[in-house]
Ligand binder design. Structure first.
Ligand code: ATP
Ligand code: MG
Length: 250
């Protein structure tokens, strides 16, 4: 297994799973770590993103596993970080339930991108509840965090999301703005952290830095004994991934 396995998941379509997975892969590539992006969605958006990258871009090993049960966990050991982009509606249907379980087993950290509308929050609440009551997760609780995506001018929905999350003790670790730079990055096979000459992209650097900092903190806590008061720290004894500073994306 890779040192660090990050699962990006939410039942809700269009919540930003692929946006988060691809941008996070680029953020880790900027740290010069060996990063793999596992596209576990038959829509193949992450794979297409990878195909738009050029030889001059930082390397990211993109693999397509529409059925995550085909992933050879041992073969991912050659990567420092593996990011899994999952399909929508992953918990619906008996075979998808197995896929959900497979991805959970592979993961050290789970990121749930969520939009701020009441329907998205309702679905997100249901999904996180399913996640936290799933037997694989209960046997070894992994850290879960929400990424508030497409946050615009109005903070009313955002506040509603924060209220819901505080009830579950799940942090909303970072906030991504509603910005045309995300579809632009998606089309060009870039992560926003790689778009250093783009002003709108630079405005987003801090959000990605906050996210990778949070992941680092969870990975560190997973390599030590679980501490009281940190119920979401991963139980698995994952070796800490030693990664260079994110100086280039700060
Ligand atoms: N912060 C953002 N600002 C603007 N557009 C965004 C943002 N995040 C995502 N998008 C756009 O929203 C659309 C859906 O995002 P994305 O494909 O990442 O969602 P998804 O959860 O992977 O969808 P699916 O469930 O179909 O796999 C894409 O066109 C993407 O470019
Ligand atoms: Mg997607």
């Amino acid at each position: 297994m890779a040192n660090l396995n990050i699962l990006v998941m939410n039942n809700k379509g269009g919540s930003g799973k692929t946006t988060v997975a691809t941008n996070l892969a680029a953020a880790y590539a900027c740290r010069n770590v060996r990063v793999a992006l596992m596209d576990c969605d038959a829509q193949a958006n992450a794979r297409h993103w990878g195909q738009s990258r050029s030889d001059d871009d930082l390397p990211i090993d993109i693999q397509f596993h529409p059925d995550p049960r085909t992933i050879d966990a041992a073969a991912t050991a050659s990567h420092d970080v593996c990011i899994y982009d999952s399909a929508p509606a992953i918990t619906h249907g008996p075979s998808l339930h197995l896929e959900f379980e497979t991805l959970l087993k592979l993961s050290d950290v789970i990121l749930v991108p969520m939009l701020g509308s009441s329907w998205d929050i309702q679905s997100g609440e249901h999904f996180i509840t399913q996640l936290m009551t799933q037997r694989v997760w209960r046997a070894k609780p992994r850290p879960i965090a929400v990424i508030s995506n497409r946050v615009g001018g109005s903070s009313a929905n955002h506040q509603r999301l924060q209220n819901f999350l505080s009830l579950l003790s799940v942090p909303a670790v970072t906030t991504l703005r509603e910005s045309p730079v995300y579809p632009e990055a998606g089309d060009s096979g870039q992560g926003v952290v790689e778009m250093k000459h783009n002003r709108a992209a630079r405005k987003e650097f801090k959000a990605w830095h906050t996210l990778t900092d949070w992941i680092d903190s969870q990975t560190e806590s997973a390599s030590t004994a679980r501490r009281p008061g940190r119920p979401l720290a991963a139980g698995r004894q994952t070796p800490t991934t030693q990664m260079p500073e994110l100086g280039n994306i700060r």
